[in-house]
Design a protein around this ligand. Structure first.
Ligand code: NAI
Ligand code: 13P
Length: 348
């Protein structure tokens, strides 16, 4: 019997990955059950239930319109029903919902199932951060890998070539996930450094807002390159402090520098940074107006890491992260952002 795959989440990335996984399980029946259940947070779209639209038209009209999903991907609105009897769980939803999702699944899944997190975020604790893969492992008692990379969902859905990084401490699980996700246009590389893969995924969204801030102020590519470089240095420093053992080489995988570049040019978080400069609306108002149900993960991560850094009296080592949070909260004027780049500790 092939392994049953269940996708927990059905947003922009959740739907794009459902397209890949749906095709791959059908082509690799010796390894996988050809039916994929996808948990969909139910909502009404133009008077119809989203799950019914997905199951009849095979398109997620709200989160990934215009893209045909394979008909072996079945949308299920009930989480317990969707996750029943799964062997591989793909977690792909905004990180603020993970705790509730795990609480529902706890005790209702197979003990030998495995998970992979595609979620770009972290959880915070009193002492620092907790990886989302660790939250899943602790709550559900199953091994969890991570997959992150320069993977703007719309481009992946159009089958434009890209790379992604699978972080797994279990070689066999890493190889299984590569077989589940890899296609000729979606190249997966495995590293055994899951923490750094996830830290990169979470923090690059904060830097993406910074790139949008300089775009909004009409600076050019040189300034954006400085945002990317200084952002990368802050990401590396953050990983050194909060995830000892983190490998610098992982920052040169798709999950690191490549995702930074992609997000700083084409991401939703970049768009947010630009809009924060050009309008006086709050982040929540901009999210509603610009994303129609999708979510910006960068502001939430910026707030979470600001809180940790403040508690540990480390804010001055991360001036970009600090400024991006304050600009999102309207506690700092965006015009001050470039002086924060100019006076960055990396220049001392
Ligand atoms: N969109 C992209 O290009 C990429 C996104 N990611 C990451 O994937 C993760 C998921 O993002 P997307 O799929 O883009 O989502 P999205 O931002 O497009 O959509 C939000 C999703 O949250 C769901 N939702 C809303 N309220 C909920 C609740 N109370 N409980 C459970 N679900 C709820 C919505 O139904 C929707 O599916 C994020 O961590 C993101 O950073 C990673 C790579 C690419
Ligand atoms: O993670 C992403 C690309 O790899 C998507 O970034 P945004 O959430 O900023 O669109």
């Amino acid at each position: 019997m092939g392994k049953a795959v269940c996708i927990i989440g059905s947003g922009n990335w959740g739907s794009a990955i459902a397209k890949i996984v749906g095709h791959n399980v059908r082509d690799r029946r010796e390894l996988f059950d050809p039916l994929v259940r996808m948990y969909v947070y139910e909502e009404m779209v133009d008077g119809e239930k989203l799950t019914e639209v997905i199951n009849t038209r095979h398109e997620n009209v709200k989160y990934l319109p215009g893209v045909q999903l394979p008909d072996n991907v079945v949308a299920v609105p009930n989480l317990l029903e969707a996750s029943k009897d799964g062997d591989i769980y793909i977690f792909v939803l905004p990180h603020q919902f993970v705790a509730d999702i795990c609480a529902t699944m706890k005790g209702n899944i197979k003990k030998d199932s495995i998970a992979v997190s595609l979620i770009k975020g972290v959880s915070i604790t009193e002492g620092g951060i907790k990886l989302i893969s660790d939250v899943i492992t602790e709550e559900l008692g199953i091994h969890c890998s991570a997959m992150m990379g320069a993977n703007l969902a719309g481009e992946v859905a159009k089958e434009q070539f890209c790379e992604s990084t699978i972080g797994s401490t279990n070689e066999e699980n890493g190889q299984m996930l590569k077989r589940l996700f890899e296609t000729p246009y979606f190249h997966c590389m495995i590293v055994n450094d899951t923490p750094t893969v996830e830290i990169c995924g979470a923090l690059k969204n904060v830097v993406g807002i910074g790139a949008g801030i300089v775009d909004g102020m009409n600076y050019g590519d040189n300034t954006k390159a400085a945002v990317i470089r200084l952002g990368l240095m802050e990401m590396i420093k953050f990983a050194e402090l909060f995830s000892p053992g983190s490998k610098v080489s992982t920052f040169f995988e798709s999950c690191g520098i490549a995702d930074l570049v992609a997000t700083c040019h084409g991401g939703r978080n970049r768009m947010l940074g630009e809009s924060v400069v050009k309008s006086s609306k709050t982040v929540k108002e901009l999210e509603k107006e610009l994303l129609h149900g999708q979510s910006f993960q960068g502001p939430l991560v910026a707030r979470e890491i600001y809180h940790i850094l403040e508690t540990k009296h480390m804010l001055e080592q991360f001036p970009m992260f600090m400024a991006i949070h304050k600009i999102c909260e309207r506690e700092m004027d965006p015009s001050q952002f470039v002086s924060c780049l100019r006076n960055h500790p990396e220049h001392m």
